[in-house]
Design a protein. Sequence first.
Lengths: 393, 81
Amino acid sequence: MIEFLMPSLGADMEDGTLIEWRKKPGDSVKRGDIIAEVDTQKGLIEIEVFEEGTLAELLIKEGTKVPVGTVMALINPSEIVLETKKEEPIPLQPIEEKKVPEITEKISEQIHLKASPLARRIASENNIDLTLIKGTGEEGAITKEDVELAISQQLEPQKSIGIEIPVQKKINTSVETIRAAVAAAMSKSNQEIPHYYLEKKIDMTLATAWLLEANKKRVVKDRLLPAVLLIKAVAKSLKDFPDLNAVWENGLQPKKDINIGFVVSLRNGGIIVPALHQANAKTVDEIMTALNDIIPRARALKLRSSELSDSTITITNIGQDGVDTVYGVIYPPQVAIIGFGSVSEEAFAANGMLGIRSVLNVTLAGDHRATDGLTGSRFLVTLDKNLQNPESL
Amino acid sequence: MTEDEIKTIIFQLLKRIAPETEPSVLKPDEKFREILGIDSFDALQFIVALNEKLGIEIPEEDYGKITTIKTLVAYILNKKK
């Protein structure tokens, strides 16, 4: 029997709340199937299963908050379907709410307990203030039906909800929880990872011109963003530097797949880093398609578990009209982060000639436990070479 | 198509791309990407949405001409002539 565990979706995740089982006992499951929806600091995440078999038993009740690593379900790997128990699933001991130490977290927890993520989403889409709706769910939680009722009847929402939330604290829960997740991951990084930093100035004139020409030949919806070239060039360069495409867990563990974590800024603050799987095997068009799919879902906090947990390296890209240089903080357990500043026009000397060129400052922050500066330096030189041949990316 | 109709469409499309923002409060001369926090990805989605909704194709070299609501409306009016 295979145990299906609450997955860790990043170094900062301690627990998650099971919102919905998407499979029931007796259902067959295969690698990549969505088995459940779990509410985390990074939104409502679709949890994938990585085993093949038949779902034998669900051990956790919907609505239960459980720590990472908790056995949530049992999967029978053979073709023989075990007789499923008819009794109610036994919920594991939920985490003690007392453990939440800080005031801000308590507030988000209160809001969290009072409304399901689905209810929150519908409310947000319809500009409904959740704090003014009386919940009819378990422990007074606001359900999807409560929100729909408020919308359909255009109710004057009732103010007697039981908890008093001061006006200034009615902030978006996800902003707070995302901030807490970023804080946890970055603090861990700075405490544990001895970073070294390298920087290289890369002439982007050829790459920029290539992109302009390529986009002229495309209809609007197929246009490429400069970020696509950067992602592809990083993925291609990493093939020769396996020690940078790795995690540090009881020592260095290089990863076979090159899954690029791409930093997406959330408009209300905070960042989220979804993974672009096997970016080296994708064409630039496929990377653009993947970005078109993943960025809106990242912003809506609707990602799959593998997209949050599979990154093997991170890229942070400041984009147009920002600062010249960005020095990243490594996302543990990864061992490197590459930072791209804004492309700017500069007087640039190359091959004995001085000219005005489009220049990009690229940085690498590396984990000194995993690699040395020489490896990082060679990587940035390779990246430069690849960006000078955009047509072969 | 009138200037007001174009403005309404622009605000609708911006709102769809950046739902957390309120595009209708933009002043005509404000750079909307800066004010609304529209990054390169969102900006491209906006150009695609304008293309789908109004049938106009905005080449990349014209991006610099449409940074405010005022210049964008004028640009669209000119293209629609």
